[in-house]
Design a binder for this molecule. Structure first.
Ligand code: ATP
Length: 448
């Protein structure tokens, strides 16, 4: 007889004032040690639709998957529920914790589809509850219970396709809320040594470290990479200047573009989703206050605006160079139309497929003396200021001007990438499927 398998999904326990659902997962992993569970996978850190209006920060949810001894089933559940209650900021507005237990060898296909939907669109709590009933899962929630959506989606996202890893190091309680102390130079060094196998460590444009979050949460830093080994190696190269209380390696959909769905046409774009949409530039870029760049694209069905905001860095510079007639594929979040703004795609990436010819008009040289001719007014021909010659039949010459941009893929600056955005560094490193290799010896540790 095969041993039973349990999946525990967790979400929405933190608030803007503190806490972190990954930290709850780290504590739970340690507590489950008492029941001699055997983990089937690294804890899964699943990023869901980044456009849900009610997210606290990065819309992350967690799932732990393990084999257990059925004699401990109730104790395992009680331990998880007690910790989840203790770590949830239930009195904070907008914190709606959820926990889901599913006992099954294989995650049902319908749950996998639910997870994909939760990564790309808005899903309903009723739909989550229907699936929970259908598959005899168990769920608990506080307040609006909305966290059950994310907790179930984390259970359903088995990360069988492309995936990455993140080693998260946590701070000691007494340091929470203070400035994070990590040696920046060691992070730059680590990035250089281990690139391209770790990513989004630093923003070279601004010379800034981006593995340390800001805010009161317990994360000291998180290192993202392609394998559990490489994030652990990276951890050994980074020098923390404050005590690390514990660390854990997570497996994740971060950096995989899991949130982007190809759109069949521009008229089919849904607000709150993230899309890949193709079109022809129909209105030249305009710069709006604070240096944002907006241009429009159209296809046979509709016209939409595309916005490259100031923090997108080089992407904004690329967007500024587009002209009417260029064919592009745009990647980003769809924002609904308002009385002031049409439907807008907030750009994360632009793929330039084809550049239109940019034409320039230039007055020809004087056939008599070689000086550049001047216009005599609309439809009145040209004259020469050098020799005084008049040429009523000569016209401006049409030239093709060089373009400052080339076809290719352009990605928003590292600092403005969403957790799910696949950075340029990962192109070519994508994994087709998950090979369930034995987990590395030490994938979590604590130093109380
Ligand atoms: P974290 O801080 O852990 O990165 P977050 O705090 O930004 O994540 P949550 O506090 O978990 O996000 O809030 C997101 C809420 O939205 C959760 O209650 C979750 O269940 C819900 N949710 C997530 N994805 C969807 C979706 N696609 N449709 C509807 N609700 C969703």
């Amino acid at each position: 007889m095969t041993s039973p398998v349990m999946h525990i999904g967790l979400d929405d326990t933190d608030s803007t004032k503190g806490g972190c659902t990954t930290y709850l997962a780290a504590l739970l992993i340690e507590s489950l040690g008492a029941f001699r569970v055997s983990f089937l996978d690294y804890p899964n850190l699943i990023r869901l639709n980044p456009n849900v209006p009610w997210k606290t920060r990065g819309n992350g949810a967690l799932c732990l998957r393990f084999i257990y001894d059925s004699g401990f089933e109730e104790q395992i559940k009680d331990t998880a529920i007690t910790l989840w209650e203790e770590q949830s900021a239930v009195n904070e507005k907008g914190t709606d914790p959820g926990i889901v237990f599913l006992q099954t060898q294989y995650v049902p296909e319908e749950l996998i589809l639910f997870a994909k939907k939760a990564e790309t669109r808005i899903v309903k709590l009723e739909d989550a509850l229907t699936l929970i009933k259908k598959f005899k899962a168990e769920a608990l929630g506080f307040n609006t219970c909305r966290g059950i959506i994310g907790a179930l989606a984390a259970v359903g996202e088995t990360l069988n396709g492309d995936h990455t890893y993140e080693l998260i190091a946590y701070r000691q309680h007494q340091n929470l809320g203070t400035k994070r102390r990590v040696d920046a130079e060691s992070i730059f060094e680590m990035d250089k040594t281990l690139q391209p196998l770790t990513f989004n460590n630093v923003d070279y444009d601004k010379g800034r470290v981006i593995i340390t979050p800001r805010g009161p949460d317990p994360i000291l830093f998180g290192i993202r990479g392609e394998t559990p080994q490489v994030v652990k190696e990276a951890y050994q190269l980074v020098k923390p200047l404050e005590h690390v209380e514990r660390w854990v390696i997570f497996r994740s959909n971060q950096g995989t573009d899991a949130h982007l769905k190809p759109a069949t046409s521009l008229s089919s774009l849904e607000p709150y989703s993230s899309v890949i949409a193709k079109g022809i530039v129909s209105q030249n870029p305009r710069i709006i206050p604070l240096r944002h760049v907006i241009f429009s694209i159209r296809d046979d069905t509709a016209e939409v605006d595309c916005a490259a905001y100031e923090p997108t860095g080089d992407l904004r510079k690329i967007a500024r160079e587009l002209i009417v007639g260029d064919t592009v594929e745009v990647y980003g979040a769809v924002h609904k139309a308002t009385p002031k703004k049409p439907l807008t795609i907030n750009l994360e990436k632009i793929k330039i497929l084809n550049l239109a010819t940019k034409t320039l008009f230039e007055n020809p040289l004087c056939p008599n003396c070689g000086k550049r001719l001047k216009s005599m007014g609309k439809n009145q021909g040209l004259r020469c200021e050098g020799c005084g010659g008049k040429f009523p039949d000569l016209k401006k010459k049409e030239l093709s001007a060089p373009r400052a941009i080339k076809p290719g893929l352009y990605v928003t600056s590292t600092r403005s990438q969403r957790h799910l955005t696949k950075p340029l560094r990962r192109y070519g490193l994508e994994k087709r499927q998950y090979e369930s290799l034995p987990m590395i010896g030490d994938w979590h540790s604590s130093f109380p």
